[in-house]
Design a protein. Sequence first.
Length: 494
Amino acid sequence: MEAAPVRGELVQGELVQAAPVQAELVQARLVWWAMVLAGVLAFLAAAAGILVPATHATRTTADEPQYLLTAISLVEDRDLDIADELADGRWRSFHALALPEQTELLADGRRLSPHDPLLPLLLAGPVAVGGWVGAKLAMAALAGLLAALLVWTAVRRLGVPPGTATLATVLLACSPPLAVYGSQIYPELPAALAVLVAAAALTSAAPPSVRATLVTGVAVAALPWLGVKYVPVAAAIALVACWRLARAGQGRRALALAGSLALAGVAFLVLHRWWYGGWTPYAAGDHFVGGELSVVGTEPDYLGRSRRLLGLLVDRGFGLAAWQPAWLLAVPAVAALARRRPPGWAALALPLAAGWLVATFVALTMHGWWFAGRQVVVVLPLAALAVAWWTGRDRRRRLLLAVAGGFGVLAFGWLVAEGAAGRISWAVDFAATTNPLYRAWRLALPDYLAMSWRTWALHVTWLAALAAWAVVAARPRQGRPSLRRLRNRELTKT
């Protein structure tokens, strides 16, 4: 007769078996609270930007009133025609000056804003409830959602420690340019969220599931409706998705995805031809005298535009690092990502490269009537994920991220305080901030609006320094084993 098991042994065995489950539950709760924290802080930071006027005389400017007028028309008239809104001066609550009209009178008497309609459609409800403030609060909510998804993707997909993921997300989401565009009526932040959704679906170690494929398809199809300028980024995401599916032996699903996106593209062109009279919404604009494709410039100087490859990052007024130096960490991070190629790395690297190249060679200008970094906001979540992954558990990198990122958070807070006091605005003179750290830091950055010998010297210096940093980061880790490893080897031998 077998002896009955001892009760204490059963309890101990159950505890040992339950330990991994308990640890997983604790980890899940930790990630959840990290997502909530990052999302709330990002929302509050973006909402604070509402206090800053677009110009010293208007709450919104440039394309923002056009998006708001289209949202009003969708709510009240159920169409895109803003002729009656323009005639009634519906812009006066958010644009005190006379509104520069961007629309051309069509043959049937309609006036359509020369911008894609998905952003006004997203903002129609908030505009109906809260006007222009409601629209900006809705944008801030999207900024909070983006921050929460950043934490989740970094931890669950890339294996980043929750503390590092939260640190990187909070610092980058609560500073320029993400926090700024979290209250601007532009498609940049919704497009960045769509790109991040696709990245979250494609960065898993396993091949994309049916759900991930569907999510990716929706995100890719939505991007052109936010802005035709996002088509190259959408194409890069679609290419990665189809490649991963085909490589995993899911050829039929890859063909289904490609076919569905091709049909979505045809629908995009047909509907634009019907609504706007051209292949893009620019056909309805009154300032593209050379045709809708002149939006990229009538005689583009691509060699001159190549300066933007670096300028988008380090220009003293419109570069990312001017306002948040932590974006400099994206250079070694992306280099290491491309060298080590963790699962899903292409879903970060390829769309990021596509977005950066569009901002460099296709965008009409790097400088304009907007805050810094507008052209690359769409792919910044991918750069943020790379930074979080590269930082990992390394204490020195976390310290570097914290110090550099703290500069950006301070810069944003300073801008909000000055803007609320009426001293600066988002679109006109934000570089006139009195922030002493920025005033000192900008002296080390090139000014691409004044191509002097000093600008070229700084350009070459930054190019060499960042290239060297990228090479070092991409180099395989070599060197003598640590003291702890040596001790473990000796213990193993004995």
